[in-house]
Write a protein that binds this ligand. Structure first.
Ligand SMILES: NC(=O)c1ccc[n+]([C@@H]2O[C@H](COP(=O)([O-])OP(=O)(O)OC[C@H]3O[C@@H](n4cnc5c(N)ncnc54)[C@H](OP(=O)(O)O)[C@@H]3O)[C@@H](O)[C@H]2O)c1
Length: 308
């Protein structure tokens, strides 16, 4: 296992975080949630101590299922959750990072997680109108109250992050993978100039980098990836991603790792201060992904993949 400090919080986390959106059971196809809960239990047994959820995953179900799966292990692990995505009655989403909503959302998450503190609490998306200093002040107050141990920000532009740079922000969550490198320079800049830990999601490109999918793959009605906004699975991007996955599989036969393991390792080695969050549905996926840890890609291999 590989561990790293989370920002300057003093909290130690595994460099592979268990992504719990799938544990919410919503829009990732048919999921056997009992099996996902077993994967959570086994992750703890094998040293993964970092679990990433949100009030909006499910919604609410991921936090409840995580609490059930962790049971008495809660005190031995680090939980990140998020607030700031709200649903209207018609189920359309909007963002709210106001202190008033933070107050209510945090109480809800604490209740569902069955805990009296959340280790790392994220603003899921800045709402674009609450002054950032108001949100930061409210988060600092929650740290002082002991309800959260530290906080982070997710899905921010470089300009928005410049406001957070001088806060006690411990982590920043952005999407990054071989299938989506649009945040690459932003993440390198954060790594260089901020104490916040880069936490990267979508490291498997929502599954496409595992080599499991083909150009004629179709997804079930209840799987988000059938929609065009999941760009990794559509059009030219799909064609390109299949080539990348094939490249990883070819390299994998030489270096004795799966495409998924190389995709995760590439992120961890490209951003040495980072944590990779991978969405896990089953124990076999956990068994595969834990083998992303404890080794490195050589400089030549990193260049070969990065420049492919
Ligand atoms: N901050 C944010 O706004 C934000 C946004 C998105 C996600 N996240 C967090 O990041 C986590 C991960 O992101 P993500 O789930 O979107 O994408 P991801 O980790 O790139 O992909 C997850 C998908 O890959 C497949 N997979 C996982 N392990 C595999 C393995 N070993 N072999 C083959 N396939 C495997 C699974 O789907 P199939 O088996 O169905 O292919 C799984 O649902 C989420 O759970 C969540 O905690 C945060």
């Amino acid at each position: 296992m590989e561990y790293i400090k989370l920002g300057d919080s003093g909290i130690t986390v595994s460099r592979l975080a268990f992504g719990c959106e799938q544990l919410g059971g919503y829009a990732w196809g048919d999921i056997d949630l009992q099996e996902t809960c077993r994967a959570v239990e086994e992750a703890v047994d094998c040293g993964i101590n970092f679990f990433d959820t949100s009030d909006t995953y499910g919604p609410h179900e991921s936090e409840k299922n995580l609490a059930r799966a962790l049971g008495s292990q809660r005190k031995n692990v680090v939980i990140s959750s998020k607030f700031g995505v709200r649903l209207r009655d018609d189920k359309t989403a909007y963002y709210d990072s106001s202190p008033a909503w933070l107050d209510r959302a945090l109480e809800g998450s604490l209740r569902r997680l069955g805990t009296d503190y959340i280790d790392l609490y994220f603003v899921h998306y800045p709402d674009g109108f609450t002054p950032l200093e108001d949100t930061i002040h409210a988060l600092d107050s929650k740290v002082a109250e002991g309800k959260i141990r530290c906080y982070g920000i997710s899905n921010v532009t470089p300009a928005q992050f410049s406001h957070w740079r001088h806060s006690s922000c411990s982590a920043i969550q952005l999407e990054y993978s071989l299938a989506n490198r649009s945040n690459e320079s932003h993440l390198h800049e954060i790594s260089r100039s901020s104490i916040a830990s880069p936490m990267v999601y979508g490291v498997l490109g929502q599954g496409i980098l595992t080599g499991r999918y083909r150009s004629d793959t179709t997804f079930a009605q209840n799987d988000r990836r059938r929609h065009e906004r999941y760009v990794n699975f559509h059009g030219d991007k799909l064609t390109r991603n299949i080539q990348i996955a094939q490249k990883l599989q070819n390299m994998g036969t030489i270096i004795q790792h799966t495409a998924s393991q190389i995709a995760v390792r590439w992120v961890l080695d490209t951003l040495p201060r980072s944590i990779a969050i991978a969405g896990i549905k089953r124990r076999d996926q956990l068994h595969d992904l834990r083998m992303s840890l404890g080794w490195n890609l050589s400089t030549e291999e990193l260049v070969e993949i990065s420049e492919f």
